[in-house]
Design a protein around this ligand. Structure first.
Ligand code: 9PG
Length: 607
C-alpha cells in the first residue's frame, strides 16, 4: 500500500534559514487523494519541493487504497506556537497520526454530536456529554480536591489529556496527549489541545470508540510504561464501613470475623494516624503499627495501609515545622489543596530535595512496619499549580514524587494510587482508582442537582466515571472502589449493589468494606462466591458487558443530572454559598463524626 510520510522539521534548512516552522508534523496515512494547503507563506511550493521532495501539493495515489483527504494548514512563522489541522475527512480504519506541538487546533467538518471529557484525577468526572455548557461544580472550596483547579471555571466542553468527539454513529475522533500537562477544549467545530509548558506529542485517531482508545493506549504505554503483571489482590478495606472511627480492638475483631473469606489484603484506611501529615499511630492504636501489620499477617494475608503523603492539614506538626516545604503561589501564599477533615489542606512541593527525602523515609518506615500494600491518596496535591522549588512542569513534579515513593517502597510492594492525576500515575503504580468514592447511597440529590457535583461519594458517580475510564485497563489495574453485600447502613437496591459487584468483575479488581458482623449468612456466602469468581468478560458496547452468560448494562448510571432551574437555582446558590464556608463544612464533619460514633457503639453491642 502506498504510504506517505510527511515530516516538517522544526528548522527549515538552508533555503529559508531565517524562518522556523513552529511545528513538526509526522503524518502517516494511506492516501488516495491528498491536499496540502499552506497558508501565510508565499514561498511554500519552493519549500515543499526542497523539503518533502513533492512537486505538487495535490496528488493521487492508487485507487485501491482507502480514500482520504487531508488538508494541512501549517504556519511557518516563529512566533506562532499553534499547529492547525483541518480534517475534512478521514477513513474509518486509520493509521495513527502523531503530531508534536505545544498547541493543536483541529477544525472539524461540523460541531460534533457528543464530547468525551476526561477528568484530571481519580475522582474527577469522565463522561460522554452533549455540548451544552456545564455549570461550574460547587463548592469552589473543594475544587483543588475534585477537579484540575487550573480549569475549574471552564463551562464549555473540556478535558484533561484526552478528548473524543462523536461526529456520527461509531465515528469518533480522538485527540490525546502523549505527554503530561495537556488540556483539550472544544469550541464549536474547533477541537483545541494545549500543553501548559512547551511542546509535546499528540495522538490523533479516528474510528470506532474501542479502536481509537486502544491505539491511544498503545502509544501511551510506549511512553509511560507497561501494566504490572501481578495478579489483582482481593481486598478488605476499612473505609466504607468504619470511616475514620477505627481503633485497634475494632479492627482486630473485624480481622478475626473475616475468617475464611478469601481476601488477600486487609487494608487499614484513614483514621490510624495522628494527623494528616503526621504519619505515626494515634492513641487508638496503642500497640503500634508493626503490631497491627503482624496481626493482619497472622491471618495469612498481606497488610495494607492508607496514607495521603503529599498533603498536610494546617494543624499538623509537619506543616507547622516545615512550612517551607509547602507549595506557594507566585505571591508567596500557600496553595490550597482543598478542605477536608474540618481543616484547610496544603500540598508538599515534590521538587524540594528535602521533601523527596522525607517521602522516601516515610515509605521505608511504613514498609518496615510490615505493610506491603500501600493506598496512597490525595496525590493530585503534587500536581497543583504553584511556584515550585525547582522550576518544573507541575505534573512532571508530581510524577517525580510518585517515582521517588515507588522506588522507596520497592517493586515488591503493591502500589495503589487514589485521588491521583491519571497520566502521571501510569507506569509507576500497580492499580489506580478510576472514579469517585462509592457510598451506601445511589446519589445525593444535594450534590448531584444543587451543587452539580459528580465527584462526591456516591455509587452512581463512581460507576459513571469508572465505566468511562475502562479504556485505561491495558495500562493499569483499574480500581472501581468497593462493592457492597450488606444491607446495614446502605440504601442501595439489590440491582444497584449487583451493578457494583459486576463493575468489580469487569475491572477484575475486587474489594469490599463490609463488616463481618453486619453480614447475614446468605450475604457472607455471596461475598465468598464473588471473591472466588474469575469470569470471562467481553465488552459489547460502551456500557454493555457480557459476563459469562449474562449481559450487564451500566447505562442507568451514566447520564448526568440536568442543571438546576427556577426555584431550584436559588436553593442551589444558597447551598453553594454554604459549601464555601469552612464553618459549615466543619459542622457537617462534626455531625458525621457523631453518627460514626453511634455506629461504632452499635457495632460494639453486636459483638
Ligand atoms: C479517606 C478516604 C478513602 C477513600 C478515598 C478518599 O472531598 N472529596 O472530594 C473527597 C473525595 C474522596 C475522599 C475524600 C474526600 O476519599 O477515595 O477511599 O480512602 O479518602 O479519607
Amino acid at each position: 500500500m502506498p504510504q506517505f510520510n510527511l515530516t516538517v522539521n522544526k528548522t527549515m534548512g538552508p533555503t529559508c534559514g531565517f524562518l522556523r516552522v513552529w511545528q513538526r508534523y509526522t503524518l502517516s496515512a494511506n492516501l488516495r487523494e491528498f491536499t496540502l494547503i499552506y497558508k501565510q507563506f508565499a514561498m511554500i511550493s519552493a519549500i515543499s519541493r526542497s523539503l518533502f521532495g513533492i512537486e505538487k501539493t495535490r496528488g493521487q495515489t492508487s485507487a485501491q487504497t482507502p480514500a482520504l483527504a487531508i488538508r494541512l494548514t501549517c504556519g511557518i512563522i516563529t512566533s506562532m506556537p499553534t499547529s492547525h489541522l483541518n480534517l475534512d475527512s478521514l477513513p474509518r480504519a486509520f493509521d495513527s497520526q502523531i503530531v508534536s506541538a505545544p498547541s493543536l487546533h483541529l477544525t472539524l467538518p461540523q460541531p460534533p454530536r457528543r464530547f468525551f471529557r476526561h477528568g484530571w484525577q481519580s475522582w474527577s468526572l469522565a463522561a460522554w456529554t452533549d455540548l451544552t455548557p456545564r455549570p461550574i461544580q460547587q463548592p469552589k472550596l473543594l475544587h483543588p480536591m475534585q477537579v484540575d483547579p487550573a480549569y475549574a471555571d471552564e463551562i464549555s466542553p473540556h478535558s484533561s489529556w484526552v478528548a473524543a468527539v462523536e461526529m456520527a454513529e461509531n465515528d469518533i475522533l480522538l485527540l490525546g496527549a502523549l505527554g503530561l500537562d495537556a488540556h483539550i477544549r472544544l469550541d464549536a467545530d474547533q477541537l483545541q489541545g494545549q500543553y501548559e509548558t512547551g511542546e509535546g506529542e499528540w495522538f490523533l485517531g479516528r474510528g470506532d470508540e474501542a479502536t481509537v482508545f486502544a491505539r491511544y493506549v498503545n502509544e501511551l504505554s510506549k511512553r509511560l510504561g507497561k501494566k504490572s503483571d501481578r495478579p489483582a489482590p482481593r481486598i478488605w478495606c476499612s473505609w466504607y464501613s468504619l470511616y475514620t472511627a477505627i481503633d485497634e480492638a475494632t479492627l482486630h475483631s473485624v480481622f478475626d470475623g473475616l475468617g475464611d473469606l478469601p481476601f488477600d489484603v486487609l487494608q487499614v484506611d484513614d483514621g490510624w494516624q495522628i494527623s494528616i501529615g503526621d504519619w505515626e499511630p494515634n492513641t487508638r492504636f496503642p500497640s503500634g503499627m508493626k503490631a497491627l501489620a503482624e496481626k493482619i499477617k497472622s491471618t495469612g494475608r498481606r497488610a495494607g495501609l492508607w496514607l495521603a503523603p503529599l498533603i498536610a492539614v494546617e494543624s499538623s506538626r509537619l506543616f507547622r515545622a516545615h512550612s517551607d516545604w509547602f507549595l506557594r503561589d507566585a505571591r508567596g501564599k500557600f496553595v490550597s489543596a482543598g478542605f477536608n477533615w474540618g481543616e484547610r489542606l496544603f500540598a508538599l512541593d515534590t521538587t524540594h530535595p528535602t521533601v523527596l527525602e522525607w517521602l522516601a523515609a516515610l515509605m521505608k518506615q511504613v514498609r518496615a512496619w510490615g505493610f506491603d500494600y500501600l493506598k496512597l491518596d490525595f496525590l493530585y496535591a503534587g500536581a497543583l499549580p504553584g511556584k515550585r522549588h525547582a522550576d518544573m512542569p507541575r505534573e512532571a513534579a508530581c510524577r517525580q514524587g510518585l517515582k521517588m515513593m515507588r522506588e522507596a517502597m520497592g517493586a515488591e510492594a503493591f502500589f495503589l494510587t487514589c485521588g491521583a492525576p491519571i497520566l502521571p500515575s501510569l507506569g509507576l503504580c500497580d492499580a489506580l482508582r478510576v472514579g469517585p468514592d462509592v457510598s451506601g447511597k445511589w446519589e445525593d440529590p444535594r450534590d448531584a442537582v444543587l451543587l452539580y457535583n459528580p465527584t462526591t461519594p456516591g455509587t452512581r458517580n463512581a460507576i459513571r466515571t469508572t465505566v468511562n475510564r475502562l479504556w485505561l485497563q491495558p495500562l493499569v489495574m483499574t480500581d472501581p472502589d468497593v462493592a457492597y453485600f450488606v444491607e446495614r447502613e446502605n440504601s442501595l437496591s439489590p440491582e444497584q449493589k449487583q451493578l457494583l459487584q459486576d463493575l468489580a468483575l469487569v475491572c477484575n479488581f475486587k474489594a469490599t468494606s463490609d463488616l463481618p458482623q453486619w453480614l447475614t449468612p446468605a450475604q457472607r456466602e455471596s461475598l465468598h462466591k464473588f471473591l472466588n469468581l474469575n469470569p470471562t468478560v467481553q465488552r459489547l458496547s460502551h456500557s454493555k458487558f457480557q459476563i459469562e452468560d449474562r449481559v450487564v448494562d451500566f447505562s442507568s448510571a451514566l447520564p448526568l443530572p440536568d442543571p438546576p432551574t427556577g426555584a431550584t437555582k436559588i436553593r442551589a446558590a444558597l447551598i453553594s454559598w454554604l459549601g464555601n464556608q469552612p464553618l459549615a463544612l466543619k459542622m457537617l464533619k462534626h455531625m458525621d463524626d457523631l453518627s460514626l460514633h453511634r455506629r461504632k457503639k452499635d457495632l460494639g453491642n453486636k459483638e
